[in-house]
Design a protein around this ligand. Structure first.
Ligand code: 5RP
Length: 215
């Protein structure tokens, strides 16, 4: 699958505009995008990063990392996903960067999602749904997630997000109404964000392959 990820990441370079600031997601597919971005770094003004991991990789290539508060809205955000449905709704957060990813997606005019073919699904939920929580609310949120979703939350023990929080992964879901589930989970006190990107889905999906498919 890593070849498919590379092909998707490299194809996304076609969406980068000269002189622009690029929102950059997190993960192994995005790593290929960052490496390709490095080759045209003289054509961009910098990047806004969704994680410490991506920040390090961007800086190692000499790409300036800017603060979203300083840049204002972005024209383009490029990120991977754990699952993508036919409406381009996503599950994200396998790399625990979901909150910053969601913020940058919201701030961006165009969200280009780069995936390998294994990420395409008819119904979201085979991949456990990540939920970032304030640590003291972990068990409260877990009980509410059982009640709201019928799934089984599992604490991703040992993982602390870049925001100092914890992650619950909800197993056993078949998410037929992603917008409603995203809204419901967002209402639970202690939830920082949920890795369902339904209210703000991707605008473009690039499925890596020979040739890549642009949806
Ligand atoms: C990180 C994410 C990633 O985009 C997602 O986990 C996909 O990762 P990869 O490209 O390594 O398969 O949401 O929080």
């Amino acid at each position: 699958m890593s070849e498919a990820k590379r092909l998707a990441g490299e194809k996304a370079i076609e969406f980068v505009e000269d002189g622009g600031i690029v929102g950059v997601g997190t993960g192994s597919t995005v790593a290929f995008f960052i490496d390709a971005l490095a080759r045209i770094r003289h054509r961009i003004a910098g990047a806004v990063s969704s994680s410490e991991q991506s920040t390090q990789r961007l800086r190692s290539h000499g790409i300036e990392v800017l603060e979203l508060n300083d840049t204002g809205p972005l024209a383009l955000y490029v990120d991977g996903a754990d699952e993508c449905d036919p409406r381009k709704c996503l599950i994200k957060g396998g790399g625990a960067a979901l909150t910053r990813e969601k913020i940058i997606a919201e701030a961006s005019a165009k969200f280009v999602c780069i995936i390998d073919p294994s990420k395409r699904v008819e119904v979201l939920g085979r991949f456990p749904l990540p939920v970032e929580v304030i640590p003291m609310a972990r068990s409260l949120v877990a009980r509410e997630l059982v009640r709201l979703t019928g799934g089984q939350p599992v604490w991703r023990e040992g993982v602390v997000t870049d925001n100092g929080n914890w992650v619950l992964d909800v197993h056993g879901l078949a998410i037929r109404e992603p917008e409603a589930m995203e809204t419901a989970i967002n209402q639970v006190p202690g939830v920082v964000s949920v890795g369902l990107f339904a209210h703000r889905p991707a605008d473009v999906v690039i499925v890596g392959g020979e040739p890549p498919i642009v949806l």
